[in-house]
Design a binder for this molecule. Structure first.
Ligand SMILES: [Fe+2]
Ligand SMILES: [Fe+2]
Length: 420
């Protein structure tokens, strides 16, 4: 699960990598498209436009109690994206000489629901319903038109909305993390009922647009619930990782440093989550950003600890530290101070910058493969442990190649042992 700082970075980057919209194409809508789609696009354009004042106020309150200021900043950029959707759709309507609408009944109901309880959770719970519907709607709209402007707009909005759904789902998971199982079950049921009602209303008001996009009620219904289940599956998973029992699984990394390689996994952690099973080796996740590597000891058939890793956040291209001692069972070697989890030096680039600045004689960026750097006798091998194929390496594997018995003394006392 990403942190608010990760989301802030995502929104900043996204605003710099938008698709080119071919505005020069001019008014393209045919009379039939205007008839079938015009009214529907007007309503969605209206739905996208919001200043988000209440939402921001709830976020400010949340930040005041949790200290998560980045959430407010990320939310501002999220609102700016929705406003861009509204602005672009408005421009498209204007080009085709279709007027904007001031307010519609479903829009008014939605806005009212969002402020019903005056809480951040309720705002997001209602908003994510609209975000999921948007994923289905803009897919249909893209298929329903021959307008190159509208097609490209739908493409851009769909890209944005996929991340919006994740952003909201993860925040809901954080807000619902401490809720008991029964109450959480009731919350999800309420969320389903809201979605069910929304689907029916959306079909009644926008059925012509969906049909023009090749979706009958059955397909629309199936697609809507598919997106819903996907959003809340990730939300539930994130929630499990946020829950107190998950927090109890986090192993203090100082303890891991002091634990000899070859210690039994079950002495370190009771319920780790298996995420990779290879021949004689496994990787477990013990917290959203913590991994343990174990090997099978053929002598007694036990799974034993041989390495650990920390990543700054999932899905983000940031390293904290991964150490692996696959060759020796015994007391762990201490890594150079630079690789210990501490703020400031987290990415491949930062490690490389540090190396060339502080140890220009012994440092080299690439030893023999593209994902290696070396400091003196130590070689560091970056390895992809990211859950997504598109991510760049997010962890560093430290593998001692050649011995330097003096290294520990050279390093002196370890600084920054503050946990990840
Ligand atoms: Fe949007
Ligand atoms: Fe959105």
């Amino acid at each position: 699960m990403r942190t608010s700082a990760d989301w802030l970075r995502y929104f900043e980057q996204n605003s710099q990598s938008l698709l080119e919209i071919p505005w020069h194409a001019g008014p393209e809508l045919t009379a039939q498209e205007r008839l079938r789609l015009g009214h529907s696009v007007q309503e969605f354009q209206r739905g996208e436009s919001s200043e988000g004042r209440h939402f921001l106020r709830y976020a400010e309150q949340y930040a005041a109690t949790t200290g998560d200021r980045d959430y407010v900043s990320a939310l501002r950029l999220f609102i700016a994206e929705e406003q861009r959707h509204a602005r672009d759709l408005g421009r498209f309507l204007a080009i085709n000489r279709i007027p904007l609408v001031a307010s519609t009944l479903p829009d008014r109901v939605f806005r009212m629901l969002r402020h019903l309880l005056g809480s951040l959770e309720m705002s997001i719970a209602v908003l994510i319903t609209a975000e999921i519907i948007a994923e289905v709607y803009y897919t249909a709209l893209r298929a329903a038109t021959d307008s190159v402007i509208l097609e490209r707009l739908c493409e851009q909005i769909l890209r944005d909305e996929a991340s919006h759904v994740e952003f909201q789902a993860e925040q809901l998971a954080k807000l619902r993390a401490s809720r008991g199982q029964l109450l959480y079950g009731l919350t999800v049921t309420a969320q389903r009922l809201l979605f069910l009602g929304t689907c029916l209303v959306v079909w009644v008001f926008h059925r012509y647009a969906f049909e023009a996009g090749g979706q009958n009620f059955g397909r629309f219904w199936h697609s809507a619930w598919f997106h819903f289940e996907r959003a809340f599956a990730s939300s539930s998973r994130s929630r499990r990782l946020q829950a107190p029992e998950a927090a109890a699984r986090v192993i203090d990394w100082q303890k891991l440093l002091a634990t000899p390689y070859g210690a039994r996994l079950d002495t370190l952690c009771a319920h780790p989550e298996l995420i990779h099973h290879g021949y004689l080796s496994r990787r477990y996740r013990t917290a959203p950003n913590q991994y343990l590597d174990v090997f099978e000891d053929l002598d007694d058939g036990q799974w034993k600890y041989c390495g650990f890793g920390w990543v700054a956040s999932e899905g983000a291209a940031r390293i904290v530290y991964l150490r692996e001692g696959s060759t020796e069972v015994g007391l762990a070697e201490l890594p150079p101070t630079i690789l210990l989890p501490r703020p400031g030096v987290l990415s491949v680039e930062e490690v490389a910058e540090y190396g060339s600045r502080t140890e220009p004689e012994s440092f080299s960026r690439y030893v023999d493969l593209t994902h290696q750097v070396s400091f003196g006798d130590f070689r560091y091998h970056y390895r992809m442990v990211s859950p997504r194929p598109s991510d760049v390496p997010i962890a560093i594997q430290v593998h001692r190649d050649s011995g330097d018995p003096m290294l520990r003394q050279k390093l002196g006392p370890i600084e920054g042992l503050g946990g990840a």
